[in-house]
Design a protein around this ligand. Sequence first.
Ligand code: NAD
Length: 327
Amino acid sequence: MGNSRAVVTGGSGFLGSHLCERLLDDGYEVVCVDNFCTGTPANVGHLMERPGFRLIRMDVTDYIHIVGPVDLVLHFASPASPIDYLQLPIETLKVGSIGTLHAVGLAKEKSARFVLASTSEAYGDPKVHPQPETYWGHVNPVGPRGVYDEAKRFGEALTMAYRRTAGVNTGIVRIFNTFGPRMRPFDGRAIPTFIRQALAGEPITVAGDGSQTRSVCFVDDLVEGIVRFAHTDHSGPVNIGNPHEISVLALAELIRDLCDSRSQIQFVERPQDDPSVRQPDITLARDLLGWGPKVEMVDGLRRTIDWFASHPELTAAEPARVQSPAS
Ligand code: NAD
């Protein structure tokens, strides 16, 4: 019998590239499928020579065609940062709906386990804190962020329908804010924005008064949780994230210190529907997977800062994208 074979949609994005690498390390053959709308082949450049790795340029909203057996489909394709999905609203809705239809259809065709990358944004601006999987959320469907939140919620409903009526072994993981090497310095998310600004000595732009909180998970911990979940038959949804909560202002100050920077903090307008609090309840992940985050936030931030500092070409110039406050 050959190796297990995994298809990772969005595999050349931030999380997808780490997942591809981990699956190769675990002995999988990996087919990475991406249209590079927010990711880049450079993220998997170091994997290209590894046996068992294949990169295919494909828009999963058109179709997904993979020759040969597949044991695991991980559907990670989707713009994920607010700056991206606000610029690509229709694409985001399409990849969360039609893209998920094609990805779960591939799993059905191949009798593979299917894992949907959903998001803590499914909880919207939550009225329950911290958020357990049983909370249904508080999402504004017609606000600008609705394109992402509702696409993911639709994807979850579709995934459950395929489990219930088509017998596909599906699982939903709700991912909370994750950070690490290979995030784009200009993707508008708080951590890469703050690191880029701190390293450049520019003002660090904090939205609102910075009292809103985030709980941030280092990418290696996240990948460990996903891989463990992929190896179960559990439907989820299961939260994967780090419950360590920090205010956005404290995060900005911490990053400034870790970068040895003298940047000023600059308060800027808060984006519409920006969640005030965000913290995963990870009881289910602990019970089901024996999983919990291991990397201290400061260590994860140091590793991310080192990566940014060693890629000055990425942090130097702003690509032709509209800038908006970090969120
Ligand atoms: P990313 O933008 O770095 O990666 C997404 C990848 O999907 C990119 O490589 C992009 O080119 C690809 N893609 C988008 N549309 C596509 C399409 N139609 N066809 C093929 N490829 C397509 O984002 P990320 O942070 O790595 O997020 C990956 C997944 O995890 C997303 O589904 C996101 O919603 C989810 N997620 C991420 C976080 C986080 O903190 N990073 C939190 C919650 C959920």
